[in-house]
Design a protein around this ligand. Structure first.
Ligand code: HEM
Length: 288
C-alpha cells in the first residue's frame, strides 16, 4: 500500500526532528536545526490530533493500537484525553519511524563484512525452509523462536550501532552521584554508546562478535531498548521484524558491500561514514 500524502508529509517532518537530535548544539535560535525541528514537532502534533479526532469518528470494527489507547481508563474510570493521545501517537510514530529500518542497514553492513557469520546465519535460516512447500510459505511462531544465532546477530548489531543513542531521565530530587551534583528538575542523558562500547563491560567492544551473547550479559550493561517503565514498547515488534527480514534476506538474496569507506562515526550518534552502497542479487537456488 502506497503511503498517503499525509503520511509522506509527516515522514518529512519527522526526518527534520531526527536530524536535529543528531546535532550537538540544541539551542532554540531561529535558523538552527533545533529551532526548525521544534516547528516540525508542532506540525506533527497537530497532524496527530487530527488523526485522533478522525479515528474517534470512524468507529472501525478492526482495532488498531490507537483504539486500544482510547479505550484505556484510569482508576477513576476516566479515559485518556485527546491532548495526551496526541503526544502518545507522536511518540509511537517517532519511536517506530526509522529505528527498525536503520537496524536493517547495520545488519547488512556487519553481515556483509563477516562472511563466515553470514554463512552460519544462512544455514540456520535454510533449515527453517525445509518442509515448507513454496517460497511464499510464511514463517510460523515456532520458526521465529528457533533462530538463536540470528537473534544474537541482532543483539550484537544493536550493541554496536546504538540506534537509539540515549535515554533521558529527569531528577525528581537533588542527587549527589559520585560527587556530581544533579539539582532536582534537571534532565540527565545516558549515552548508550558509552555503555555498549565500554571495554569494562564488553570485551573487544568494536569487534562484531555475536557469540558474546551466548553467555547472559551482566545486568544493566546492554540496554538498546532502555529500561524501567519507559522501556521501549516496540522492542519485541522490532526484534521480530528484524528476524523475519533476515530470514527472507539470506534465503533469497546475496549482497556485497561495495563502498570503499567502511568506517563508523560514533559521536554524537553512530553513523556509517560512507553510507552503505551494496550490490544485491537474487539467489538462483532456493531451499525448500
Ligand atoms: C531497533 C528498533 C528500536 C530501538 C533500538 C528502540 C529504542 C528505544 C529506546 C532506547 C527508548 C527509550 C527507553 C527508555 O527511556 O528507557 C525507546 C522508547 C520508545 N520506543 Fe522504541 N525502539 C525501537 C523500535 C520501536 C518501535 C518499532 C516502536 C513502535 C512500534 C517504538 C516505540 C517506542 C515508544 C512509544 C517509546 C517511548 C516509551 C515511553 O517513553 O514510555 N520503538 N525506544
Amino acid at each position: 500500500m502506497a503511503p498517503s500524502p499525509e503520511t509522506m508529509k509527516m515522514m518529512d517532518d519527522y526526518s527534520y526532528i531526527v536530524k536535529a537530535m543528531e546535532t550537538f548544539m540544541q539551542f532554540n535560535i531561529p535558523g538552527t536545526s533545533y529551532h526548525k525541528a521544534l516547528e516540525k514537532r508542532q506540525k506533527v502534533l497537530e497532524s496527530s490530533l487530527h488523526i485522533v479526532k478522525k479515528r474517534r469518528l470512524e468507529q472501525s470494527k478492526e482495532k488498531c493500537p490507537l483504539d486500544l489507547l482510547m479505550e484505556l481508563e484510569d482508576d477513576n474510570g476516566d479515559k485518556i484525553s485527546d491532548d495526551l493521545l496526541q503526544v502518545q501517537l507522536f511518540q509511537f510514530m517517532f519511536g517506530a519511524f526509522h529505528s527498525t529500518s536503520v537496524l536493517f542497514v547495520w545488519i547488512l553492513k556487519f553481515l556483509g563484512e563477516n562472511q563466515l557469520i553470514l554463512q552460519q546465519v544462512k544455514a540456520e535460516q535454510d533449515t527453517l525452509r525445509i518442509g515448507k512447500t513454496s517460497p511464499e510459505d510464511p514463517l510460523s511462531w515456532t520458526d521465529i523462536v528457533n533462530m538463536p544465532l540470528t537473534s544474537r546477530v541482532i543483539q550484537e548489531t544493536l550493541r554496536i550501532a546504538n540506534i537509539a543513542p540515549f535515554m533521558t531521565r529527569q531528577a525528581t530530587e537533588d542527587i549527589n552521584y559520585n560527587g556530581i551534583w544533579i539539582p532536582k528538575g534537571w534532565c540527565v542523558q545516558l549515552g548508550l554508546h558509552y555503555l555498549h562500547l565500554s571495554p569494562e563491560y564488553h570485551k573487544d567492544p568494536l569487534k562484531f562478535d555475536p557469540s558474546r551473547f551466548q553467555a547472559p550479559e551482566k545486568p544493566v550493561t546492554f540496554l538498546p531498548f532502555g529500561s524501567g517503565v519507559t522501556m521501549c514498547p516496540g522492542r519485541e515488534l522490532a526484534k521480530m521484524e528484524a528476524l523475519v527480514f533476515l530470514h527472507y534476506l539470506v534465503t533469497t538474496y546475496s549482497w556485497e558491500n561495495i563502498g570503499s569507506e567502511k568506517g563508523i562515526k560514533y559521536f554524537p550518534t553512530s553513523s556509517l561514514k560512507g553510507g552503505l552502497p551494496i550490490k544485491i542479487s537474487k539467489l538462483s537456488e532456493y531451499v525448500i
